[in-house]
Design a protein around this ligand. Structure first.
Ligand SMILES: Cc1cc2nc3c(=O)[nH]c(=O)nc-3n(C[C@H](O)[C@H](O)[C@H](O)COP(=O)(O)OP(=O)(O)OC[C@H]3O[C@@H](n4cnc5c(N)ncnc54)[C@H](O)[C@@H]3O)c2cc1C
Length: 299
């Protein structure tokens, strides 16, 4: 990363929230459940599936973790009542992991009971590496009781290939992403090409081993390469879907994927805890990061 980009990344989180908010709203469906469900409805009308995420992580009290779990349960109910093509993605630290691991486990099981009752699916987002082992072992614990649950593996982690092999014993439904956190050199690839290579390796290994793969990336090189490979291997269209984050510009590539008969899912975050999520998105988009900072100092 160049000196300019590193400086922008340090400055961004220091800017006032009211300066960041208009830019953040490009990546966030709004503050309320109603805002988010409106976006899901519109995307469903266009042929896209959706995943909703209530923004936030690292709950710091039993109460906070319970409130968020109840909000997710209500969200599952509304999705079912409105017949939306939409599932849910959660962060375990939002349910209490790291604060009280047993609380997080209980909250996770409560969510999965609801998902089972309404026949929906719960994705467990992957956070930074101190949480990888516990996240995967909680996933394995629930998978023995609930079919509608799936983890995320990050292509930048050296361990993901081994994790995928182990998890796939029980027909895993796994999202593969590059990974968003800063991880040490000993455990993670840092070069773009190495991450891409591992990403392709993981998706191909999973599909050949009959896993369901969420191909979560905006990297057109990866999308094109994997689409061609999938077609050449005659992989069933029921075995995978492409996934993108709401608000990331993709030209008309997603519409093309739909036209070619692939499933495409938008990950749609909402809620008032948008700050750290938006900062992560800005850092992936140096143009917008630079625009926000320059504009702020010009004023
Ligand atoms: C559906 C989904 C779920 C995810 N879940 C997790 C998770 O659970 N854990 C985790 O660690 N990470 C998660 N991520 C984030 C992921 O790990 C990457 O950080 C992020 O997707 C960027 O990587 P990329 O594959 O899009 O490739 P990149 O090489 O970063 O980006 C590819 C192209 O997309 C453009 N682009 C990327 N982001 C933006 C942006 N914000 N604004 C404008 N352009 C952009 C880039 O400029 C580049 O041209 C998820 C991503 C997706 C799509």
């Amino acid at each position: 990363m160049g000196f300019l980009n590193s400086s922008l990344n340090l400055l961004l989180p220091l800017l006032p929230r009211n300066v960041l908010r208009p830019f953040a709203m490009r990546y966030v469906a709004g503050d309320t459940e109603g805002d988010a469900l409106g976006v899901v409805y519109e995307l469903n009308q266009l042929g896209f599936s959706a995943t909703l995420d209530i923004l936030g992580e690292h709950s710091k009290s039993v109460e906070e973790a319970k409130v968020i779990t109840e909000s997710y349960i209500r969200l599952f109910e509304v999705i079912a009542d409105s017949s939306l093509d939409c599932n849910i993605s959660i962060k375990l630290t939002h349910l209490g992991l790291g604060y009280d691991d047993k609380l997080a486990e209980d909250n996770l099981f409560a969510l999965l009971e609801t998902a089972k009752r309404i026949d929906n699916f719960l994705r467990i987002d992957m956070e930074n590496s101190p949480y990888t082992d516990i996240t995967l072992s909680l996933y394995e614990k629930c998978k023995s009781r609930y079919a509608g649950v799936g983890p995320v593996l990050q292509a930048y982690l050296h361990r993901s290939e081994t994790d995928l092999k182990r998890l796939n014993g029980d027909n895993v439904n796994v999202r593969i992403c590059k990974g968003i956190y800063r991880e040490p050199e000993e455990s993670a690839f840092h070069h773009r090409e190495e991450i891409r290579e591992n990403y392709i390796k993981l998706v191909q290994a999973g599909l050949l081993d009959e896993a369901f793969i969420g191909i979560a990336t905006h990297d057109i090189y990866l999308i094109d390469t994997l689409e061609t490979w999938i077609e050449n291997q005659a992989i069933s269209k029921d075995s995978y879907e492409f996934q993108v984050l709401y608000g990331v510009p993709m030209g008309n590539r997603l519409e093309q994927l739909l036209e070619d008969g692939h499933k495409v899912r938008y990950y749609i975050p909402f809620g008032d805890q948008w700050h750290s999520y938006a900062i992560r998105r800005f850092k992936e988009n140096p143009k917008i990061a630079s625009y926000i900072v320059r504009n702020f100092f010009r004023k």
